[in-house]
Design a protein around this ligand. Structure first.
Ligand code: PLP
Length: 419
């Protein structure tokens, strides 16, 4: 099979992990790589060209997000933006207080930044979420103390797609004069967002989640918000982040943001329709399947199901052989067999969290992909259940199902709490 034939037969359903570069983004990216190689700090024509293009990119992103160009800082990606906002804001205010608040289901870029600060004497409160993955605004209000200096809550979860009430959370931070960071890596380009309307002081974005290049991100910083420097070096980024700027990626990211915003209304409607086909059909054709995440406060492209009696990794491997690229909920990144902290955070028992599958849609997915997937997925699940000792035990009445046969969005575990 040629590569082309092979790629045609493949369906890419992992856009929350990363996206292929949009052809129009690729055109400006490769043009900049070839023709705009100058160092923006250099005082001659090539340097001026690079610096002008970078400033245009900054201005264009600022205009779309309705913020000031000087509030946009380019970083090496979402991870650096999260690290900078959290560590930089915590350190800048450490004389005022050393208490920070986040949620239990944040991306590791946030959680591990918080943990690093704990080792330096900061105290962190991890807010629990409900069965749909939502943070309770009253929990935030109750957790804020006189020594709280920063709250960090993500806009939309990368695994289960749940969208948080960011404006309400931001209002509570404002009322209490606490700085607010929001990881909006999964939200940018998927849902309309304006930092100024949301009461955030810092917001993180990444290029490769919206058909831009990898290794480029943005930290939005409200002008008056204080932030310590994380990367020491030259005077780049208005003396606040050292390192020669990644000009081609910056130009490409601006194009990616422009394209995502110009197409957002149409594309999000289209993806919601495809998403909702999967959400409504899968429980009809597969028993003991449970939707994870909020039924409607969720990203247009996110579908996440748990299937009982099988392991997420085995679903991924067999789906890969059938031609689909998907992701599981398990934390394979840490090479551990622990299930995802997000799925445990919404209350799933380990057994159920282990058998989870994330399908994240993108601009190239079609109804045909969904039709094909809905035919293949039951075969994959059946084949794996036929090999599963757990399923044997279940059929022989040795164990009971944790997910009801007809699925649904809620489980109630012994002890009585909704999971
Ligand atoms: N935050 C969230 C919610 C993400 O989904 C990701 C990427 O997976 C990141 C942060 C990290 O972004 P990057 O890959 O650009 O470092």
């Amino acid at each position: 099979m040629t590569n082309q034939a092979e790629s045609k037969s493949r369906v890419y359903f992992d856009h929350a992990a990363t996206t292929a570069i949009h052809p129009e983004v690729m055109a400006v990216f490769s043009d900049a790589l070839q023709n705009n190689f100058g160092n923006p700090s250099s005082f001659y024509k090539e340097g001026n060209l690079a610096s002008r293009a970078m400033n245009q990119a900054r201005a264009s992103i600022a205009e779309i997000l309705e913020v000031k160009p000087e509030e946009i800082f380019f970083t090496s990606g979402g991870t650096e933006a999260d690290n900078w906002a959290i560590k930089g804001a915590a350190l800048a205010q450490s004389k005022k207080g050393k208490h920070l608040i986040t949620s239990a289901i944040e991306h590791h870029a946030v959680l591990h930044s918080m943990q690093a600060l704990e080792k330096q004497g900061f105290e962190v409160t991890y807010l629990k979420v409900d069965a749909d993955g939502l943070v309770d605004t009253e929990d935030l209000r109750a957790a804020i103390r006189p020594d709280t200096t920063l709250v960090s809550i993500m806009y939309a979860n990368n695994e289960i797609g749940t969208i948080q009430p960011i404006k309400e959370l931001g209002d509570i931070c404002r009322e209490n004069k606490v700085l607010f960071h929001c990881d909006a890596v999964q939200a940018l380009g998927a849902i309309p967002l304006r930092p100024k309307d949301l009461g955030v002081d810092f917001m993180s974005f990444s290029g490769h989640k919206l058909y831009g290049p990898k290794g480029i991100g943005i930290l939005y910083k409200r002008r008056a918000a204080r932030l310590a420097q994380l990367i020491d070096g030259g005077a780049q980024e208005r003396n606040q982040r050292g390192g020669t700027e990644n000009v081609p990626s910056i130009i490409a990211m601006a194009k990616a943001v422009e394209l995502a915003y110009s197409d957002m209304e149409h594309e999000s409607k289209r993806q919601i329709r495809l998403r909702d086909r999967l959400i409504s059909e899968i429980p009809k054709i597969i028993s003991y399947a449970k939707l994870n995440g909020h039924p409607n406060k969720r990203l247009p492209n996110n579908v996440n199901f748990s299937f009982e009696f099988i392991e997420g990794e085995s679903i991924l491997l067999l789906l890969d052989a059938f031609g689909y690229a998907c992701s599981s909920g398990s934390a394979c990144t840490s090479a551990s067999l622990d299930p995802s902290h997000v799925l445990l955070g919404i209350g799933l028992p380990h057994e159920v969290a282990h058998g989870s599958l994330r399908i994240s849609l993108g601009r190239e997915n079609t109804d045909d992909d969904i039709d094909r997937f809905l035919q293949d997925l039951p075969k994959v699940i059946q084949r794996l259940r036929d090999m599963s000792p757990l399923y044997d035990d279940f059929k022989n009445n040795k164990i009971e199902a944790l997910i009801p046969r007809e699925g649904g969005n809620r489980l109630v575990r012994e002890g009585g709490y909704g999971i």
